[in-house]
Design a protein. Sequence first.
Length: 135
Amino acid sequence: MVLAVSAQHRLANRKAVTLQALREETFVDVSRDWGTRLITDRALAAAAIERRVAFELNDLFTAMDLISAGLAVAVMPELEMTRNDGLKLIPITGSRMVWEISMVSREGDLSPAAEELIRHLLEARGGPLPISTRD
């Protein structure tokens, strides 16, 4: 998980930030039942940080537009689609905020789409996925 800010934001040139640096920020976030929101809410609560969520929506691209315009910041997973010229993605240190993705497949031949998804996940992770099998 990273902090997404506009290129002109006061934190944009930092190499990393702590949760404490976010105390006075205005946020855009997804609905409370999304996994990434739960991770963020728990981390901020553990750090005793109350935050202002000015925009709550279920569209990552609209959130990125609001951030690029300087209207808010967000904690989000670092995904290929979150990289654009209007955003700066800054690692958050001092807190373990992990968004885990699990994958299950049946034994046998996979469709080309499934193979491509696995290839993309492996490439994004930078190495092999841990494999577990059950009978």
